[in-house]
Ligand binder design. Sequence first.
Ligand code: GLU
Length: 309
Amino acid sequence: MTGMKKTYQEVFEEVYEEVEYLPKQGTVADYIPELGTVSENRFGVYLASLDGEYAALGDAYEKFSIQSISKVFTFAMAFDVFGGDLWMRVGVEPSGDPFNSLAQLEYENGIPRNPLINAGALVIADFLLSHFEHPREAFLRFLRKLGNNPDIDYNPKVFESEKTFGYRNAALVNLMKSFGNITHPVAEVLDFYFFQCAIEMTCQELATSFLPFANHGVIPHSGERILTASRAKRLNALMLTCGFYDEAGQFSFKVGLPGKSGVGGGIAAVHPDYYAVAVWSPRLNKKGNSYLGMNFLERLTTKTGMSIF
Ligand code: GLU
């Protein structure tokens, strides 16, 4: 931004002054015990704009567990390889149910509502296992390319913790396998899924990695296309309608940007043609979205007057 307009950094600072006095609501997820070890008062936010401006505050350069935000990246990889064939095995409708719900899957014959809930991401993991000989390495390569950082990696402690306590995810894969919607051994699918959830990134890396989704599928720093413009559009549509558990309506209503949250307290969102933003605060509201993160983004789009609506 130039001239009389405020910089994003100035807006960040104004918004932060407001949100830091909000009551300390929400709780850190501890159903994955390793996630529960994170200090609840961490807060970081980073915005990367397509014209090269950036803004950062707080713990913007601290690594955290991206958890379900990884579902956007695995979906992007699978969409690029398999295109419309994905829709035979996963839908594009919001679920209106919690992220790890089993009930809907039972009466919808093992076809998950969308790729951004656990069941859908497990099907996407199954697709990736069919295509890549070394799926973990392929996934890391993809993330390092997007984030422009060769050090992006997973946290083995979070991985082990999830694997030990991943009963519901195991139930989801088994249920889908019983319907014929999982082709690989259950353990292999779970292994890859826990790996993707255990990836750690900073807000800076996450915002940078989301920029291609604000840029019609092209990585701005390299010019490489990772998705066709049409597929990037569809991915954004899925994030808007399905990216926030059963609170996608609220997020759209309050913030007005396509995005995805994770139980590690991260939220990444895009304003197509303008910017990508990532915020991290581990206290989650009752629906599993970062309490402060959502508040920050609501004020950001309100103050800048910039949302997709
Ligand atoms: N790894 C988490 C799980 O499967 C991801 C949940 C999330 O971030 O939504 O339970």
